[in-house]
Write a protein that binds this ligand. Structure first.
Ligand code: ATP
Ligand code: MG
Length: 328
């Protein structure tokens, strides 16, 4: 008998999900749930690192679960749960926080980027340590794989280091988790090929956008600056719209690229075509979303069940941890 491997991946409930979340992570979760034991974490405590107002977190968490279900996560296969409702996260976090130095956390490139992007002057202790809480999130389920976008790879590396440190100091309890990337692990936003699509950058297409929203947003997309007139030859390799064609318009992407290069296809037409393709991809998504918007009480059952299953796995791990440390 081959044992199924375990996956843990989560997101912060900080707003509506976008195409980057979908092609970088969510889509992989859906595909992998056939083969792996998937656990999906609503990282509600992590929201506090950048926003102390907790009053909207419950509503935002429910909203995010609707997005996950709409994308095709099956709650029978993949428990979905709030981090705050599985208390073992905080217990493991405390233990793991002794196994990493502050210097290592200060070197974390993602924290440096956030300090710059969000103009943070004084970082809280909890914010600096959020990769340790993330390590606890992952290791608590003894996950083998973590399907995430490229920006999360440094965090998974920290989780691996902490797992190694624990295993060496006490006993081997944790597998060293590995990141699992998709082909589009860093989807660009509408404002340029070098800019990652991201909630905080306001350059997103949301999974819940209507076809009209999508058309409108694509009109603003930044294309090759050297292609000014319709008939100017363009360079698809520097154009974010072409990345979208590669992902959402597989069959026609090559023809689109050739038309752009030859100067026979203008940006207006190219954008219209991809907007249609993206809208079509998101149609089933919008339909499922509309169902759950009208039946949001079903989400409570999904969470109650997911949280119970998560607690069982988490407590099993903590029993190993306490035994390994001779503390239980
Ligand atoms: P924020 O701006 O608040 O950091 P975000 O838009 O970057 O939000 P996250 O909640 O940080 O989204 O990310 C959730 C998951 O989606 C992570 O696995 C992350 O790596 C992935 N992801 C986010 N943006 C992209 C993107 N543009 N391309 C591919 N994957 C992405
Ligand atoms: Mg992010």
């Amino acid at each position: 008998m081959t044992l199924r491997k375990t996956i843990l991946s989560g997101m912060r409930p900080t707003g509506k999900l976008h195409l980057g979340n979908f092609v970088g992570a969510l889509e992989n979760w859906v595909a992998l749930q056939q083969e792996y034991n998937n656990y999906h974490l609503i990282a509600d405590y992590h929201v506090l690192t950048t926003d102390l107002d907790a009053s909207h977190i419950t509503r935002d968490s429910i909203d995010m679960v609707i997005d996950w279900l709409a994308a095709g996560i099956d709650p029978k296969k993949s428990p979905m749960f709030r981090q705050s409702q599985v208390k073992q996260h905080t217990e493991l976090h405390l233990i793991l926080s002794m196994l990493i130095t502050t210097a290592r956390l200060e070197r974390n490139p993602a924290v440096k980027e956030q300090v710059r992007d969000l103009n943070i002057e004084h970082m809280s202790y909890g914010h600096l340590g959020y990769p340790v809480l993330q390590a606890a999130d992952i290791l608590l389920y003894r996950a083998d794989l973590v399907p995430v976008g490229e920006d999360q790879v440094p965090h998974v590396e920290i989780s691996r280091e902490i797992a190694r440190r624990f295993n060496n100091q006490y006993e081997t309890v944790f597998p060293e988790p590995e990141p699992k990337l998709t082909r589009f692990a860093r989807l660009p936003g509408l404002d340029g090929i070098d800019r990652k699509m991201s909630k905080s950058a306001g350059n997103t297409i949301f999974l819940s956008d209507t076809p009209e929203d999508i058309q409108k947003k694509l009109r603003t997309a930044v294309t090759d600056p050297q292609k000014i007139r319709r008939n100017d030859p363009g360079r698809p390799e520097v154009c974010l719209v072409y990345v979208y064609h590669q992902r959402f318009n597989g069959a026609e992407a090559e023809e689109i690229g050739a038309g752009c290069r030859a100067g026979s296809l203008g940006c207006v037409e190219c954008k219209k075509r991809i907007a249609d393709r993206i809208a079509a991809t998101l149609t089933p998504f919008r339909e499922t979303r509309a169902y759950y918007d009208a039946h949001s009480w079903e989400i409570i059952d999904v969470l109650t069940d997911g949280e119970q299953r998560a607690r069982t796995r988490a407590e099993e791990t903590m029993t190993h941890v306490r035994t390994a440390m001779h503390m239980g």
